[in-house]
Ligand binder design. Structure first.
Ligand code: GRF
Length: 191
């Protein structure tokens, strides 16, 4: 199956997915990186792996529909089956949702529906919760609201810094996301 990964930032989840494919635990191909921010670190990571990349600046388009229409053309020309959001800091609009409904995934650093949106780890620390975690879910038109596919808890210890919690969450993300993607792909049929 052909994946397009959408990312705006560092791309550690992007790397983890590519690594799982290289190691043979994820039976897919990253056909495209879609990035909305010139200079994002994830772009270099894609180049290192020789993965096709498109970088679009949303502000340079007349509206969101035009921005997403340009992306849709890239996805179609590469026969992309699944859209995998990995630190993509935007809502997906109807132009992409309609054709890819049920085939767009997101990973979020909390146990949704707790702490949606930005800075989920900061929100969890503010509330002094003792357990947060990671959620992989289908994307709908809301902010981190779609049906949940998988969750894993991450404990917050006394004296943890934000970085400690973030590191623990990312370790879980990097294992969980490739596993969940693999679990959604159609199984090879016995002949
Ligand atoms: C991850 O924590 C993910 O849960 C959130 O954005 C972050 C992306 O990190 N949606 P990275 O760019 O993959 O390192």
């Amino acid at each position: 199956k052909q994946l397009a990964i959408f990312a705006s930032g560092t791309g550690s989840n992007f790397d983890a997915i590519v690594k799982a494919i290289d190691e043979g635990s994820l039976d897919a191909r990253v056909a495209l990186l879609v990035c909305d921010r010139v200079g994002a670190a994830v772009i270099e990571k894609a180049q290192r792996h020789e993965i096709d990349t498109v970088v679009y600046t949303p502000k340079l388009f007349s509206d969101k529909a035009a921005y997403e229409a340009a992306i849709l053309e890239d996805l179609r020309s590469r026969n992309v089956d699944w859209i995998v959001l990995a630190g993509y800091m935007r809502l997906i609009g109807p132009t992409l949702l309609a054709p890819y409904e049920g085939r767009i995934l997101n990973i979020h650093p909390s146990l949704l529906p707790a702490f949606p949106g930005k800075d989920a780890v900061g929100q969890a620390l503010d509330k002094q919760v003792k357990v947060t975690g990671v959620t992989v879910h289908f994307v709908d038109d809301g902010m981190d609201t779609g049906p949940i596919i998988a969750q894993e808890p991450v404990h917050i210890h006394r004296d943890d810094s934000k970085e400690d919690v973030q590191r623990r969450i990312q370790t879980v993300e990097h294992r969980l996301y490739p596993e969940v993607i693999q679990s959604l792909l159609p199984k090879e049929e016995y002949k």
